[in-house]
Ligand binder design. Structure first.
Ligand code: WTA
Length: 695
């Protein structure tokens, strides 16, 4: 732990951060590159070397930009937007918003009447600037010897061929296209091809079941579905085309027929001959697309024309079709990518998310390509053929920015350090985390072991709805605290409100809301503007409500505590499941934990904790007591779990999200109400859990 003069200088400037009532609370700071983060929750300061090369190199620089972004959003964002190509400039208003249900319909518009095209800005613009030979995509398959690459020029040619094919089969501006593909290069190609002709893509994560796919198809009624015959995931082969077939049968039964299914032949997984086929409806991608010209005129669209629909689950009912439009989303994803990862042209960037989720939309495809970055698209599983695969890929491509989810960090952490340390990883300079709060012990492992104490971690808080990062560290600008997403991005005005929707200031906890619109905000739920208003704007009139709980510390740092629907109320105490989990996994023998509320006779709700253990550690009565004691010690006796349920694995989606819905049912012994388990990465986990229910 170091307290240098640089540190003191930083602490001084901290006082000027938003809500920064004073100096950093901890004086035991760690400086990037000079020491590892210890067990205390010490802040980690950027080193002078890192800061000197960073885009935002001091708290003061951040403050100046932040101040302007909220005092003059129109000026701030139109300056940034001007660096993109617009066929026609937006009207002078820049933006128009109403976030207050009491004042009428909720409305958000940015750069209205400006015409542009996001595909043009992501590809042609770089090529015209002479950067066409730069690698746009490195593709890495399921097996380490499967790979490929495309330069910007090659990528554009592929996008244009597909765009021409889509036009040829009658897809027009505004038409929906469903994309059900794994992480092949064809997935971003398909997204960009739609964008090029003004069609609205809706990517459905290729781990969704036929029923879920059918539901989405029936909601947006596409002219065509793009898919592939099969995909390998680890050692399994999944027949994606069969899933599409069943979904399309289901749709036809419900009066929604899709006439065309363009199928990419993924030879490494399955040959053509072995693929079920319906003549007339099914077409092999490779048979037709390559015959089309590799140049395709751009369809110039209004900034507020829809770019894509992405279905996300609500707390109840059918999935919500989150709708994003073109101009604001373009400017926002590009800008957040650049600053939150301190992106520079030589960087090699890898985000482990699948394009089936918002992270893959904004930070595999659009954000990076809009910056002219080199992106890795990885089709396989991060633990195949061994838990060292990620670091093998990092070394193979000399990855400099690595962006992943806490759940992956924790599951790799569980395998032991040797799988990490046997690889060099010396190319890495920035790490990122997304999807859930990252518990401090996983943060430290990521920082110390993966990053060797050399890489800042951008813990980015955002949502499908927000389009891009909302609260995120800017590496090099200010100290980080393990587990905190730190401070708001430019133009974002987060507020914490109480039960009644009243803003609370200073050091406090509350519901996280956003006060003003930002360019990347979603504009509606497809076909259901009323649900949009009810879910997000009615709970706290005047604000966008995120659905997350959050606290702010005395330095002004934000600490996300999880969905408020995941908050447990035990004897009148509100306990974030994430808090209890973080405590449990801080025990050296606990690898992962998932906590849910269960009905409790006396306390209202009790805490039910599923835990997985570090490889090789047996579960015992002694360990159970130890885990409970750890929680008592870290949070308080009221937070001690009522039940520890030892689990060999937790039910997760392919993107790594723990399916709490299923855990709640198991905890409540409602075993006949488990619902759809088909999207789990490994559905057999559920049976194992049930078998262990009373152990
Ligand atoms: C959670 C994923 C804490 C949060 C981009 C949010 C996070 C939900 C973080 C959105 C983070 C995402 N720290 N919580 N860094 N990132 N979340 O729509 O609860 O799949 O509301 O978007 O994930 O999930 P979504």
């Amino acid at each position: 732990s170091i307290a240098s003069s640089d540190f003191l200088r930083h602490v001084e400037s901290m006082a000027q951060l938003p809500y920064g009532a004073g100096k950093m609370s901890h004086l035991n700071a760690v400086i990037l590159g000079e020491a590892l983060a210890t067990e205390e929750n010490d802040p980690v300061f950027p080193s002078p070397d890192f800061s000197a090369q960073a885009l935002i190199s001091s708290p003061q620089q951040y403050m100046n930009m932040y101040k302007r972004s909220v005092e003059d959003p129109a000026g701030f964002w139109s300056d940034i937007a001007s660096s993109f190509y617009w066929k026609k400039k937006w009207n002078p208003m820049v933006y128009l918003e109403n976030l207050d249900v009491k004042k009428g319909t909720i409305k958000i518009e940015w750069f209205k009447e400006g015409t542009t095209n996001i595909c043009y800005n992501a590809l042609d613009r770089h090529i015209e600037a002479g950067r066409g030979d730069k690698i746009a995509i490195y593709w890495e398959g399921n097996e380490p010897d499967q790979d490929g690459k495309l330069t910007y020029t090659e990528l554009l040619a592929k996008v244009c061929q597909l765009a021409n094919y889509l036009k040829h089969v009658g897809v027009r501006k505004g038409d929906a296209v469903i994309i059900y593909l794994p992480m092949l290069m064809e997935l971003p190609i398909a997204m960009l091809a739609c964008a090029r002709i003004g069609a609205v893509h809706s990517v459905v994560f290729a781990g969704f079941s036929a029923d879920s796919l059918a539901q989405r198809i029936m909601d947006c009624k596409p002219k065509i579905v793009l898919t592939c015959n099969a995909v390998c995931r680890g050692s399994k082969v999944i027949l994606l085309k069969d899933i599409v077939d069943s979904a399309l049968v289901e749709c036809t039964k419900n009066g929604c027929s899709v006439g065309l299914c363009l199928t990419f032949e993924n030879q490494s997984a399955l040959s053509r001959g072995a693929t079920k086929w319906q003549d007339g409806r099914d077409v092999w991608w490779q048979n037709v697309v390559e015959k089309f010209p590799n140049k395709c005129e751009v369809e110039w669209v209004d900034s507020e024309d829809p770019l894509f629909l992405l279905y996300t689950s609500g707390s109840t009912g059918k999935p919500k079709g989150v709708l994003h439009t073109t101009g604001g989303y373009m400017v926002y994803t590009a800008t957040t990518f650049k600053y939150a990862f301190d992106y520079k042209a030589p960087d090699i960037y890898w985000c482990t998310a699948d394009c089936g989720w918002i992270t893959g939309h904004s930070y595999v495809t659009y954000g990076p390509l809009l910056n002219g970055a080199t992106v890795i698209v990885f089709e396989g599983a991060p633990n195949h053929p061994s838990p060292g695969r990620c670091w093998d890929i990092v070394d193979k491509y000399k990855v400099t920015i690595f962006y992943t989810a806490p759940t992956l960090v924790r599951s790799l952490m569980r395998e032991g350090n040797e799988f990490v340390t046997r690889y060099s990883r010396k190319s890495l300079r920035v790490l990122g985390s997304v999807g859930e709060p990252i518990n401090p012990s996983a943060w430290r492992w990521f920082y110390n072991v993966v990053g060797n104490g050399q890489c800042p971690i951008s813990d980015t808080w955002w949502q499908t709805e927000t389009g891009g990062f909302m609260i995120t560290p800017l590496p090099g600008a200010w100290p980080q605290k393990p587990g905190s997403a730190t401070l708001p991005f430019f133009g974002v005005e987060p507020v914490l409100v109480d039960e009644k929707g009243v803003e609370i200031d200073g050091e406090c906890s509350g519901y996280l809301c956003i006060k003003k619109s930002w360019p990347g905000a979603f504009r509606t739920l497809y076909g259901d503007h009323e649900r949009y208003e009810t879910t997000y704007f009615k709970p706290f009139p005047g604000y966008y409500f995120s659905g997350d709980g959050c606290s702010r510390d005395k330095d002004g740092y934000y600490w996300l505590t999880g969905r408020v629907d995941d908050v447990i109320n035990v004897s009148g105490h509100r306990i974030g499941t994430a808090e209890v989990e973080s405590a449990l996994v801080s025990h050296p023998h606990c690898a992962e934990a998932a906590v849910v509320g269960v009905e409790h006779e006396v306390k209202g709700q009790g805490i039910y904790a599923f835990v997985t253990l570090v490889e090789g550690v047996p579960y015992s009565e002694e360990l159970r007591k130890c885990l409970i004691l750890t929680v008592r010690n870290q949070i308080g006796a009221f937070a001690a779990p009522d039940k520890i349920h030892w689990a060999p694995g937790l039910p997760k989606t392919r993107s790594g999200k723990i399916m709490r819905r299923i855990l709640r049912k198991i905890a409540a012994r409602q075993l006949d109400e488990l619902g759809d388990t088909s999207t789990l990465a490994d559905p057999s986990v559920v049976e194992q859990l049930i078998a262990l229910t009373d152990k």
